[in-house]
Design a protein around this ligand. Structure first.
Ligand code: SAH
Length: 345
């Protein structure tokens, strides 16, 4: 029967105040409860110690608090921890905590599975079952913050939306979660330490540009050639590179923040000089830097990560045109926690 109750975390602070007023209590009780559920992260009404038994029972009879739990986790040799996170309806997503010298980065999922069909990504093999709710995104951050404090003695310092799913296809919940995280659980995190990674949905990038906080934008480009991009990311047939560029320009004009272009180089797909030139032309149109990502195999023969000589060639050609690039080595490879490997294994 409790299943039928409303999840209290779907209520705004105003609705919570109204609830108490309708039940003949003072509205500030709503503020108290709000603080328990968001600031203190309590999942049990009986722990709300500044409420009387009567008030706690009123809540128990009217609401439930859905929350996520870490079902199990795997630790990589490099310290990365991959969590299998169980949602209230029994579905799973993965959240990865990535420690480095001075940081702890929480890599968060936004959807169960993914509706986009990027051929090189393990998550695309699971069809999209549903979007995560705002509190499910929030909870992943809280869980990893606790995990970071236990394992590395510090709070998380960065959040990246690079787990399962396409964050811009779950726009409202993602934004609401970021607002809650920065408002109630600062962890010393400003929105500038939050990166949203998208495979590139122009309309939503424009929408993002109109938000009034300062997060970073990363675009999974992988090829600046329309026909190549369509082959490896078929959904981009609907979103041509020209539209993408237009939306990125809008983003830059509005935010003045440069965009990180995520880019994997594969043999026989985008390893030619013409591919490098396409990328250079793209970068000339939009203030950006390039993050060359090591390819993590998902067991498909078609995709083979290019060797270091090709990567070096990319970097030196980009540099000739004044474009900065980095080559990112993957973390958590031994536990399938690296980019593109999240598939509930
Ligand atoms: N949907 C979002 C966020 C998830 S993926 C996006 O596409 O940006 C996070 C990053 O990992 C993206 O840049 C994605 O292209 C990259 N990625 C996907 N599969 C990969 C793989 N097998 N090896 C390395 N990186 C991969």
């Amino acid at each position: 029967m409790r299943e039928k109750l409303k999840d209290i975390r779907t209520l705004s602070i105003d609705s919570l105040r109204d609830f108490f007023i309708q039940n003949k209590f003072q509205s500030y009780r709503g503020d108290q409860v709000y603080e328990w559920i968001w600031k203190k992260g309590i999942h049990d009404f009986n722990q709300m110690s500044n409420l009387s038994k009567e008030l706690r029972n009123l809540l128990i009879n009217n609401f439930k608090i859905n929350h996520v739990d870490i079902d199990f986790f795997k630790k990589s040799n490099d310290g990365t921890i991959k969590n299998s996170v169980k949602l209230h309806d029994g579905l799973f997503v993965e959240s990865v905590l990535i420690p480095s010298k001075n940081r702890s980065t929480a890599c968060v999922s936004s959807q169960v599975g993914c509706s986009l069909n990027c051929k090189f990504c393990a998550t695309s093999k699971i069809k999209r079952l549903r979007n995560l709710n705002m509190d499910e995104i929030f909870d992943q951050v809280i869980l990893m913050d606790k995990q970071s404090r236990t394992n590395f003695n510090r709070s998380i310092s960065n959040i990246v939306f690079m787990g399962m799913g396409e964050p811009l296809m779950n726009y409202n919940n993602m934004i609401a979660a970021i607002k809650k995280i920065t408002q109630y659980r600062k962890f010393g995190i400003s929105s500038r330490r939050i990166t949203i990674s998208t495979s590139g949905i122009p309309k939503m990038i424009m929408k993002l540009a109109d938000e009034d906080f300062n997060f970073k934008l990363a675009l999974s480009l992988h090829s600046a050639n329309q026909s190549t991009r369509e082959k490896i990311m078929p959904f981009t047939k609907k979103f041509p590179i020209s539209d993408l560029l237009e939306s990125l320009n809008y983003w830059y004009t509005k935010t003045n923040r440069i965009i990180t272009l995520e880019y994997i180089v594969w043999d026989n797909i985008n390893d030619k000089l013409s591919d490098i030139n396409d990328l250079i032309n793209f970068c000339k149109k939009i203030p950006s830097k390039v993050n060359l990502i090591q390819y993590n195999s998902i067991g498909d023969d078609y995709f083979k990560g290019a060797n270091i000589e090709i990567i070096n060639k990319y970097q030196s050609e980009l540099l000739k045109h004044g474009i900065n690039s980095t080559f990112r080595r993957s973390r958590g490879l031994d536990i399938d926690a690296a980019c593109g490997q999240l598939a509930n294994k």
